[in-house]
Design a protein around this ligand. Structure first.
Ligand code: PEP
Ligand code: MG
Length: 579
């Protein structure tokens, strides 16, 4: 049994079998054999080594004349696979524990990998990849036809991975994949956002969970507290099952009230919208009481169909609007880059500071124009707003608005129906834009604070890097000052200011956000019922006083402590979640 603490990113508790994504999506279906099958299991392992070596030899012969370096690498793999120490350790585990050959092999390989990872020498650490390659080779030989890939899983699993790319998360089947845990990632990394979109418990930033767990291990993932337990004992399983039931009861209670308005005790009405990644999320957003879609992240449309262009975008918007049945939709133009990259995407030294988002769009005007056409056309099917991400300068905004004007003229000239009066807004995600917000407010219809990035860019902390996750603090006074200023600027210019970053779904932050004067937020669909319930328990007068107090504080830690104490006193249901 081993308990690991990571960063909770998607609520829920799950107890299931692990599938290690990094060992090439191979799942070990069985961990134990009967005592009388032990000799057969050892023989099976030896045969797999022999077969693997044979195929390695053939490959080496083929490559030696052509690509010598590859032949040399395979030579290293052959030597590792033939290592007598490896063989005797695997055999011992099979004989002592009645493990299957696959499970014993994975355990031994895992131990080797962990030893290598602890070494100071980068050259030796590089050997980890060789070991993992040998493990995959032997495992696939052992599993033969029994290989189960991510796309054809037969049973329920939790996925354990170093990281999950958007392309991998797109392949996850929520019917079978019941949770995930990763080495990398922070609270607002794209992997974390996907966990919430899939509605499954997820914990990230676990450092080396992918090499600590063996495929088939029993795992508990607690997405409320960020705890992962490898091979739990029976008492822990019983405790967690009971806790899961209790939390489910609380969620059901929140859900039963989800359609009630998000109105404070003293009558201030807030709009709680949903952030979505894929059209199928709209249904749950409505069920969970969303007032509309406040952020439709459209990158998935691009990943699934990079050359699909206008029609593919239009079809997606049409289907979302159909489900929304008159509720408003805010479509964000492509925000590619950073950690939202397709497989084999643009590699940059500092992707979050590189050709990301609107910069990519302005550098690739054709896909940008196609998307704008699709959004403008969708505007005749329902209330649509268009939102531009990661603007940092006024010329960049003006250029984008000019392109929207040009596309509108083209549509007009071609007699294509579109919304002539579509509200255009920007996301405030970079401090440079927040500081010149009054110039922005003169040009657009609404501002939406993208706090995930605003925190990252203001505090110089990579939102996806678990090693600096403790510095990623949305309660840093600088962030609160920026939000406060933005709300004031919006009021002065008659421009609506909303917030669509993950911080709006943290129950303890909500009193402060309401106290700062925000009247519209957008969060992951499954978190809406709780967010609305918290708002219904607030007194605007009280939270303004709380906010005044927090704005005078000099550090995020004191502000968070103050908010936590306040929640324990005023929001008993939230307090239950915090324990
Ligand atoms: C944000 O930055 O707060 C935001 C909502 O955008 P994303 O998380 O997609 O970068
Ligand atoms: Mg962003």
């Amino acid at each position: 049994m081993e308990i690991r603490q990571g960063i909770p990113v998607s609520p829920g508790i799950i107890i299931s079998e692990a599938l290690i994504l990094d060992s090439e999506e191979l799942r070990i279906p069985q961990r134990f054999v009967e005592k009388d099958a032990i000799d057969g299991e050892v023989a099976r392992f030896k045969q797999a080594v022999e077969d693997s070596n044979k195929s390695l030899e053939q490959e080496i012969d083929r490559l030696e004349s052509e690509i010598e370096i590859h032949a040399r690498i395979l030579g290293v793999h052959r030597d590792l696979a033939s290592d007598p120490m490896l063989h005797s350790e695997v055999e011992k585990l099979i004989r002592d524990n009645c493990y299957t050959a696959e499970h014993a092999l994975s355990r031994v390989m895992n131990r080797y990998v962990r030893k290598l990872q602890d070494l100071k020498s980068p050259i030796l650490r590089e050997r980890v990849h060789d070991l993992q390659d040998v493990e995959k080779l032997l495992l696939s030989t052992l599993l033969g036809k029994r290989i189960e890939g991510l796309s054809n899983l037969k049973g329920e699993v939790v996925v354990i991975a170093h990281n999950l790319t958007p392309a991998q998360t797109a392949k996850l089947d929520p019917e079978k994949v019941k949770g995930f845990a990763t080495d990398m990632g922070g609270k607002t990394s794209h992997t974390a956002i996907m966990g919430r979109a899939l509605g499954i418990p997820a914990v990230v930033g676990l450092d080396n969970i992918s090499t600590s767990v063996v495929g088939g291990d029993r795992i508990i993932i607690d997405g409320y507290r960020g705890v992962v337990i490898i091979d739990p004992d029976e008492d822990q399983v019983t405790d967690y099952l009971a806790r899961a039931v209790e939390m489910e009861k609380l969620s059901l209670h929140f859900r039963s009230q989800a359609k009630l308005p998000a109105e404070t005790i003293d009558g201030h009405l807030l709009e709680v919208h949903a952030n979505i990644e894929i059209p199928s999320e709209v249904k749950s957003a409505i069920e969970f009481g969303a007032a509309g879609i406040g952020l439709y992240r459209t990158e998935f449309i691009h990943f699934q169909s990079p050359t699909g262009g206008e029609e593919v975008h239009f079809e997606n918007y049409r289907s979302v609007l159909e489900s929304l049945d008159g509720l408003p939709l805010t479509v964000r133009t492509l925000d590619l880059g950073g950690d939202k990259l397709p497989e084999g995407g643009l590699e940059e030294e500092n992707p979050f500071l590189g050709c990301r988002s609107i910069r990519w769009c302005l550098a690739n005007p054709e896909p940008f124009r196609s998307q704008i056409r699709a959004i403008l056309r969708a505007g005749v099917l329902g209330p649509v707003r268009m939102m531009l991400p990661m603007i940092t300068t006024i010329p960049e905004l003006d250029k984008s608005l000019q392109i929207i004007d040009e596309v509108s003229s083209e549509l007009r000239e071609s007699d294509v129906e579109f919304d002539e009066n579509m509200p255009i807004g920007v996301m405030v995600e970079v401090p440079s834009l927040a500081l010149i917000a009054s110039h922005v407010a003169d040009r657009v219809s609404f501002l939406s604070i993208g706090s995930n990035d605003l925190v990252q860019y203001t505090l110089a902390v990579d939102r996806g890097n678990e090693h600096v996750a403790d510095l990623y603090d949305p309660m840093h006074p600088a962030i609160l000052q920026l939000i406060s200023q933005l709300v004031r600027t919006g009021e002065d210019h008659g421009v609506r200011v909303s917030l669509c970053g993950e911080m709006a779904s943290e129950p303890i932050y909500l009193p402060l956000l309401v106290g700062l004067g925000l009247r519209e937020i957008s969060v992951s669909p499954q978190l809406i019922p709780e967010v609305k319930q918290v708002i219904r328990n607030l007194l605007d007068y009280d939270v303004r006083i709380l906010t005044e107090r927090c704005l005078r504080m000099s550090d995020g830690e004191s502000i968070s402590r103050e908010l936590r104490l306040w929640a324990v006193e005023h929001l008993p249901e939230v307090a239950l979640r915090l324990t």
